[in-house]
Design a protein around this ligand. Sequence first.
Ligand SMILES: [Zn+2]
Length: 339
Amino acid sequence: MESLAREKIKKAVVTAKTIEELEKIRIKYLGRKGIVTQAFKEIKSLPSEERIQEGKKLNQIKNLIQTLIAKKDKEIKLRNRNLKNEWLDVTAPGLKPQQGHLHLITQTIREIAKIFQKIGFNRVRYPEIEWDWYAFEGLNMPPNHPARDNWETFFIQDLENKKYGKGILTPHTSSGQLREMEKKQLPIRMLNIAKCYRRQSDISHAPMFYQFEGLLIDKDINVSHLKGTLDFFSKQYFGPKRETRIRPFHFRFTEPSFEVDVTCVICNGRGCSVCKEGWLELGGAGMVHPKVLANGGIDPQKYSGFAWGWGVERLFMMKYKIPDIRLLFSGDLDFLKQF
Ligand SMILES: [Zn+2]
C-alpha cells in the first residue's frame, strides 16, 4: 500500500491552497472509490487475524486524513474571511478587569498615620502578646485594682514572668507607652497603631479590634498642646467644620484625664436623635501621670507629656455612619465595595 504512505498524504493536505483542492484530496482517499475505501474492500478476503491487523492500520490512516483535512479546512477558511465585514474600533473603551482595594481598616490606619506624620509623629508597633507590667501595673494600675475591670482581658495560661507578671493579649495600645519610654530617645512623638483584644462582642465591640495610641513627651508640654493636636487630627479626618471639646474624666495612667468629643457628624452639632446634644465621644486622653513617666525611666520634674488611645474602627464607623462593627470583619463584598 505504497499509495497510503502517511508522509505523502500529509504533504498533499498541507500544500493544498483552496477548499476545492482539499475536497479532491478527500475524494481521492475517502470517496466511494477512494484508495482507503478500496483498501477496506480488499482486506475482506484476508484470513481473519490478518484482516483485523490491516483493518486497524486502515482506520488509523482514515482518522489521520480526516483530522488533517479538518485542520486545513479551518485554516483556509480563516485566511479567506472577508475582512471588510469585520471591524475593530481601537478607541472603544475596553472591558475593565475587576480590581480590589485595601480593606477599610487598612485604609483608615494609613490615613490616621499620614495625618499624624504631618505633625511629626512616628508610627511604631509593640507586642500583641504583652506582660501585665506594660498593660496594667506600670501604667499605675496595681494588681487587683478595680480600674483593670474596664478592660476585659484575655490571660494566657501558664505564661508568667517574675519581673513583668502574667502574659496577656494586650487589651489596649497604651502598653506601648512604657516600651517607647524605655528606648530613652527624648523627645517622644509616638503613634502606635495595633490590634487589641478584649472579651467583648456586640454591635459596637469585637474581641479583636484596632487602636491608635499617641504619646508626646517633651519639656513644658501642657493641656493646650493636647487639645491643639487632637483638634488638628479631627479636622483633618472628619473635615474642617468639626469642633472638638475635652471633658474631665478619670484614668489611672493620666492626670488630669479627659474624654474627647467631636461635633456630631449627622447633625453638625445642632443636636439629633443619635447625639442628643450635638457631641459624639471620640475616646480618652490625658496628661501622662508622673508615676508612669517615672516607671518609664523619665524624670517627671523635667518632662511632661500627653497621650490618647482611640479606636480605629470606631473612627471609621463615626465618619461613615456604620451601625455595626461586625460588618468590618465580615468579608461581605457588597458592603466592602461601597468604600
Ligand atoms: Zn447629632
